[in-house]
Design a protein around this ligand. Structure first.
Ligand SMILES: *Cc1c(COP(=O)(O)O)cnc(C)c1O
Length: 424
């Protein structure tokens, strides 16, 4: 018989994986590979501003009451079995009550579906919406997971711009031009990743009216829900659920700073029941029947997590983020090749524009980030990954002294690569 290694296996694989290959993690790996770890002259710690996971820093540590809730759920022996596909009943109830506090109507437990983090919520939603020929409107800059999943599901993507000069508001005029009869939904992320903006109530209302006019659902990614520390308070999009059906996505990851726990949700904010009559809910439930579920004990812990987490935990995180955002904004202003059009007022990241004409020998945002990683052991996400070439996305959710250190290194990098002025 032919030897197994001699046989031609002819593996082609799923083509959508290559078109979906621009991912935060993929680019981050390239940057990390470029860090010169063996350089004896550089003993400085590596600082990453490219990734949003502050859980490693003591100032962002989660509350011990959440940890106790998980331990209690495990010890209870009540959550060792498979969960129902739509989620554990007590968890659904807890989420509906938690989110109803900020709404002028009450959500019901049946409006809630548990997911493996917000990432799986995105996966599920794009798959459910992807009928042949359909398209979805996504923000630019945005969160690349949406593009990746849409490509996977053969769901056409059309981008609308967020406007840097208008506090990163949605370019509503362009939405009307982009949409057609095959447009199924638009996505907003509020508070915003990557821009760190928070939409006003008035703007959200306009978004709802535009979507209603076009007959499309609004998917509202509120994974940073409540994390607004500037002048605009966080308003959930669900508040406009009677104007247009809203599907809210969220998770524990960012608000409780436990991205490793992988617990998220999909919530339908639709007091008129449009999603039910349109057949969307049946489709969603069928999909949930064939996907994996978040661990049962984490779902079981949710009621106690919500009940026992004190307001001080959130206000301390908000204070830390506010200070970090302010340090970040201030230091960026001192770096000649960077400009920040809008001071961050929510979430954990900010977009800054790169002025390449002030630099010598740097071709684009990726080149900037690769050289920065090599020379300064600092990683920053090149903007093309989130849809804006020659911008950078900086995560400011790290401990303040490391943030300060990283921005000093970026400044030193800029000065070293600054274009020399030619005097005549
Ligand atoms: C982090 C993030 C997610 C993913 O959240 P998980 O709960 O960790 O899966 C989704 N959307 C946005 C905008 C995010 O920043």
């Amino acid at each position: 018989m032919e030897d197994v290694v001699d046989k031609k296996w002819g593996f082609e694989g799923n083509k959508e994986l290559s078109s979906a290959s621009v991912s935060v993690r993929g680019v981050l790996n390239k940057l990390v590979e470029n860090i010169d770890v063996n350089n004896p002259h550089d003993q400085r710690p590596v600082i990453t501003l490219a990734r949003t996971d502050p859980s490693v820093f003591p100032c962002f540590r989660t509350t011990s009451s959440a940890v106790d809730a998980v331990a209690d759920a495990v010890r209870s022996f009540q959550f060792n079995g498979y969960p129902p596909t739509v989620g554990v009943a007590s968890a659904k109830k807890a989420i509906s009550e938690h989110l109803s506090r900020d709404l002028s109507y009450k959500l019901s437990p049946e409006d809630v579906y548990l997911t493996v983090g917000c990432t799986q919520a995105i996966e599920i939603i794009t798959s459910v919406l992807a009928r042949p020929g359909a398209n979805i409107l996504l923000p630019r800059p945005g969160y690349p997971q949406y593009e990746a999943r849409a490509a996977f599901d053969h769901l056409e993507v059309r981008h609308f711009d967020l406007l840097p000069g208008k506090a990163w508001e949605v370019d509503l005029d362009s939405i009307e031009q982009l949409a057609d009869d095959n447009t199924v939904a638009m996505v907003i992320i509020n508070p915003g990743n990557p821009c760190g903006n928070v939409f006003t109530r008035q703007h959200l209302e306009k978004v709802a009216e535009t979507a209603r006019k076009l007959g499309i659902f609004v998917i509202s990614d509120e994974v940073y829900g409540g994390q607004a520390f500037g002048k605009n308070p966080f308003v959930p999009m669900g508040e406009f659920g009677s104007v247009v059906p809203v599907i809210t996505l969220g998770s524990l990851s960012k608000q409780w700073v436990v991205p490793g726990w992988r617990l998220g949700w999909i919530v339908t904010c639709d007091p008129n029941g449009v999603l039910k009559t349109s057949g969307f809910l049946d489709c969603l439930k069928s999909y949930l029947d064939v996907t994996s579920d978040p661990p049962t004990f984490l779902q079981g812990a949710l009621p106690q997590i919500f009940e026992k987490t004190r307001g001080e935990f959130f206000s301390k995180i908000l204070d830390t983020l506010r200070e970090a955002a302010s340090v970040c904004y201030g230091k960026v202003e001192e770096i000649p090749c960077l400009t920040c059009p809008h001071k961050p007022e929510g979430a954990m990241t900010v977009m800054v524009k790169l002025n390449l004409s002030l630099l010598e020998g740097i071709s684009d945002d990726m080149d900037f980030c690769l050289k920065l990683a090599k020379e300064e052991a600092v990683t920053v996400l090149p903007g093309f990954v989130v849809g804006l070439k020659n911008w950078l996305r900086i995560t400011f959710a790290i401990d303040p002294s490391s943030l300060d250190d990283a921005l000093r290194r970026i400044k030193a990098f800029n000065l070293r690569h600054a274009k020399k002025l030619i005097k005549d």
